[in-house]
Design a protein around this ligand. Structure first.
Ligand SMILES: *Cc1c(COP(=O)(O)O)cnc(C)c1O
Length: 428
């Protein structure tokens, strides 16, 4: 990669959530292995982000690579309309086995946001089929469900990266987010707002969609499992389908295979993505109960009207299948517990730093909430110079490292965060 390549990138290529006229610098990664990203200058840096929650077993994993190589020799892609193939079937068998019994039918799609669009369309069609015109989704504040239009419309309209699109979006219902934290006492007032809204709009609500336990982009908060339990009870009482967005939390990140298992609840629809392919290829899934799938299919249209070109991509499906096979060895549990222990040990004391408001740890997620926003350009540069890859947003410095990270490397990530807190210029 030459200097002119970098300039080309700078001038012509959009990066996530960036400007084309004044983009922040990008770092060139030429390869990766395990927890290390190798930069253009040959330097290896420790990855603290798992490429946004996805590369849970680290990069260049031999088992994932092997499954991809094996599949590419057979077929990379084939349309899913009128055709099926072993990779999709193998994967879907695993997904049905891994998820609660209730979830019985699978719609594969290309990204997390699309799996949410699919869930919303299913909810609409479900009620249509029952002869009821229900148009509202109920969710909570600080939610984030993706960047497409349906997903944006159920993400917090004010406290979100999408507020500029607010005027184009359908209006849904937002209850207050719970204030009871995951490991604190349950405050029964937390359910009042949700309960009031569901009561008052019971005949117009098509479904409830939540990120279980962990609110990600909306503030990296971990809320109380009893909130989920109460939500489930209310949804059952009013016969309103409950959808969980496990796109970030699924596949072990919070210490349970799915975050909703912390609360012992079961959704009617489940969205999966991010870590499903172990960070190799894009793939998502929307799982539903038999009841919902059947009801949709009994409508006048009879069909569910969605069908991405790359639906059920064989390469992505075989990577996802291999990823689940790695998880089935059950090493992830110990890995995540060890990460949690180390973070509780070394990250938690940062709470005493004058710059810090809160430190939160759950499973393999560590969050340092600061009083001020970070200067992203400067802090990113600081992290890279100190040999780590951490990408904060707003006032949140967080890490979601690959499960395979050594305790030594995890300590290094924490130490660099600690060091960054002493640098005034990195904060606005
Ligand atoms: C990342 C994310 C999405 C969107 O997934 P994409 O694959 O980026 O479209 C949706 N919901 C949650 C909770 C996420 O973290």
């Amino acid at each position: 990669m030459s200097q002119s390549d970098i300039l080309f990138d700078y001038k012509h290529i959009w990066h996530p959530y960036s400007s084309i006229i004044n983009p922040l610098p990008c770092y060139s990664v030429i390869s990766a292995k395990g927890v290390y990203l190798k930069l253009k200058n040959g330097k290896n840096i420790i990855d603290g982000m798992s490429s946004w929650w996805s590369a849970i077993h680290g990069y260049n994993h031999p088992i994932l690579n092997k499954s991809l190589k094996k599949q590419i020799k057979k077929i990379s892609h084939v349309m899913f309309g009128g055709i099926t193939h072993p990779s999709a079937i193998l994967l879907c068998r695993k997904l049905i086995k891994l998820t609660p019994k209730k979830l019985d039918c699978i719609f594969l799609s290309d990204s997390g946001s699309i799996s949410i669009e699919v869930a919303i369309k299913m909810l609409m069609q479900y009620w249509e089929s029952l002869g009821q015109n229900r148009t509202k989704i109920l969710t909570i504040r600080n939610s984030y469900h993706g960047d497409t239009f349906g997903a944006m419309s159920i993400s917090d309209p004010d406290n979100s990266i999408h507020h500029i699109y607010k005027k184009f979006l359908p209006k849904h219902l937002f209850a207050h987010a719970p204030v009871s934290n995951f490991n604190q006492e349950w405050n029964s007032n937390d359910i009042i707002s949700f309960q009031t809204i569901i009561e008052e709009n019971q005949f117009n609500i098509a479904g409830v969609i939540l990120e279980p336990i962990v609110q990600g982009v909306g503030g990296m908060k971990f809320y109380h499992p009893i909130f989920l339990k109460k939500v489930e009870e209310l949804c059952k009482y009013y016969s309103i389908p409950l959808v969980f967005d496990e796109i970030a939390t699924g596949f072990g990140r919070t210490g349970k295979f799915f975050a909703f298992q912390h609360a012992n609840v079961v959704p009617d629809i489940l969205c999966l993505g991010k870590a499903m392919t172990g960070g190799t290829l894009t793939l998502a899934a929307t799982l539903t109960s038999r009841k919902i799938a059947n009801t949709i299919s009994k409508s006048d249209v009879g069909c569910f009207m969605h069908g991405p070109t790359y639906m059920g991509n064989p390469l992505a499906c075989s990577a996802a299948h291999a990823n689940i096979k790695i998880l089935e060895k059950n090493e992830w549990k110990k890995q995540v517990i060890n990460i949690e222990k180390e973070l509780l040990n070394s990250l938690s004391p940062l709470i005493d730093h004058p710059r810090v408001i809160d430190v939160r740890v759950l499973g393999a997620i560590g969050v340092v909430e600061c009083k001020q926003h970070v200067n992203l350009e400067l802090i990113q540069n600081f992290f890279v110079k100190n040999g780590v890859w951490i990408r904060p947003f707003k006032q949140l410095i967080y890490i979601v490292p690959p499960y395979i990270i050594s305790m030594n490397n995890l300590k290094k990530l924490v130490n660099v965060i600690k060091k960054s807190l002493n640098e005034n210029v990195l904060f606005i």
